[in-house]
Structures are given as structure tokens and as C-alpha cells.
Design a protein around this ligand. Structure first.
Ligand code: GLP
Length: 249
């Protein structure tokens, strides 16, 4: 694991954008695994700024998103397809037909999950997977569980996740209770992973996930086994790591 400590959210966003940029420059037709949530928004803004300057070209880039709420369509402003269009795709020259987000409106969710896994395989897997982390250790929407779910699957969201994500909705009752998420296997098969975290709210879970036991009760803990994991996090998110593992800094 490479640990990159950023000063604050802006610094984390810039450093993360540098890692993504390097991938796009070195492999113009790369497959990017993309994440939603508030954490990567600044990174996307930075990528847009570099695209506008002429430093980045997304023409041949393909993308696969981690997850989508069940029951929200592409036009719902709380859905993740909408999020990606607003925060990145509408502002760069990526071909939208090269971008994928699970279909939260699929009549047959199981079939949609199998389609998504096949699509990832057909693309040859993910070159760089961007991840945030939920405050219960979820990645994508892989919630704490008794076993690691490997494939894309339907998930019942944990109450903690519903509570945390309710800040984006008019009321907590509007937060969908289910989502479709890429499984742990697809995430772990990415050639490289970059995990982002910002703010003291993530400080405990970052230490638990990166240095605690590897267990499906903390889904992000599996990342300890990935051969090419880069963590980009700000000082606030790394404060417990810094206290317990001062030798790393
Ligand atoms: C959401 C997403 C995750 C994200 C996480 C953290 O529920 N499904 O992909 O990493 O929660 O969100 P945030 O970055 O807003 O803290």
C-alpha cells in the first residue's frame, strides 16, 4: 500500500486527480472505475479543469461506475448516473456510450447484475478503480456482512448508510433502501485502486479498514490484500492512523 497524506480536501483532490490523469495519459483507452459520494467531487472538478486546459483527453476512455440506487432513473438528481453526468461526463469529451452505471430501474435486477459483470469482463477489467469509503467501511455499496459478496449484486442498505446519505435527500424516507453494487471480486480485480478519504469522520474507519483484521464486517479491509493500492487521504482522515502507526509518517 502506498499512503499519500494530503493537507486538506483540496490537496487530496489534486493528488488524486494526478493519479487518474497519469492513468489516462499513459493509457488513453483505459477503463476507469468511478465512484460517487462527496469525496471524489473535488477530484472530478480538477480533472475537468485539466481537460479544459488541454492537458487531458477522455475521447477513448471507458468508465464503469460502482453502484446505483434501486428505483432511481437516469434523470433523478439523487441518482448516480445523474451525479456522474453533472460532476464529470457533461464537462469532458468522454463518449457517454463508453460510460456505464448500473440500471437502477431494471425490471429484472438479477439479470442486470449479470449483464454488468459481463460488461466489465468484456471491457477487459478495470485499469484504475477509484473508491471512497463509507463510515461503516463500505466500498461501493458493499455493506458489512457475514461474507464478501463477489459479483455485482442487489444490496439492502445498512441503516447507517441510509442515515449518512439522507443529507442528499429531501427527507430520510426518500432514501432508497436498496442498491445495485459491483461486488468485491470486480473491485479487487482492478489492476490498481486509489482509495480517497477526507475529514475526521473517516479517521476511525480508515485505521480499522487499513490496519485491522480483514473481515467482511469491514468490507474495505479486503483492500489490504490488493497488490496495487494507493491511499490518498487528508490529515484529518489519517489522524487515527498517524496516532497508532507513527512510523508510517
Ligand atoms: C456512498 C457510495 C460510496 C461512497 C460512500 C462515501 O454511499 N455508495 O461509493 O464511497 O458512500 O460517501 P462520501 O464520499 O460522501 O463520504
Amino acid at each position: 500500500m502506498k499512503l499519500i497524506r494530503a493537507k486538506d480536501y483540496n490537496d487530496m483532490s489534486r493528488k488524486a486527480a494526478n493519479v487518474v490523469s497519469a492513468t489516462v495519459i499513459l493509457r488513453p483507452n483505459c477503463v476507469l472505475g468511478l465512484a460517487t459520494g462527496s469525496t471524489p467531487v473535488g477530484m472530478y472538478k480538477q480533472l475537468i479543469a485539466w481537460y479544459e486546459k488541454g492537458d487531458l483527453d477522455f475521447k477513448a476512455v471507458k468508465s464503469i461506475n460502482l453502484d446505483e440506487y434501486v428505483g432511481l432513473d437516469a434523470y433523478n438528481d439523487q441518482g448516480y448516473r445523474y451525479f456522474m453526468n453533472e460532476n464529470l461526463f457533461n464537462h469532458v469529451n468522454i463518449d457517454k456510450s463508453n460510460t456505464s452505471v448500473p440500471n437502477g430501474m431494471a425490471a429484472d435486477v438479477e439479470q442486470e447484475c449479470r449483464r454488468y459483470d459481463k460488461h466489465i469482463a468484456d471491457l477487459g477489467g478495470v485499469d484504475l478503480q477509484v473508491l471512497g469509503i463509507g463510515n461503516n467501511g463500505h466500498i461501493g455499496f458493499n455493506e458489512p456482512d457475514e461474507a464478501f459478496e463477489q459479483q455485482t449484486h442487489l444490496v439492502d442498505l445498512a441503516q447507517k448508510t441510509i442515515d449518512a446519505n439522507s443529507r442528499f435527500f429531501a427527507s430520510i424516507d426518500d432514501v432508497p433502501k436498496q442498491a445495485i453494487t459491483m461486488g468485491i471480486k470486480s473491485i479487487m480485480q482492478a489492476k490498481a485502486i486509489i482509495l480517497l478519504a477526507s475529514g475526521e469522520g473517516k479517521a476511525d474507519i480508515m485505521e480499522t479498514a487499513l490496519f485491522g483484521p480483514i473481515t467482511p464486517k469491514v468490507p474495505a479491509s479486503i483492500l489490504q490484500l490488493h497488490p496495487n493500492l494507493t491511499v490518498v487521504a487528508d490529515e484529518a482522515a489519517l489522524q487515527v492512523v498517524a496516532q497508532k502507526h507513527p512510523e508510517l509518517f
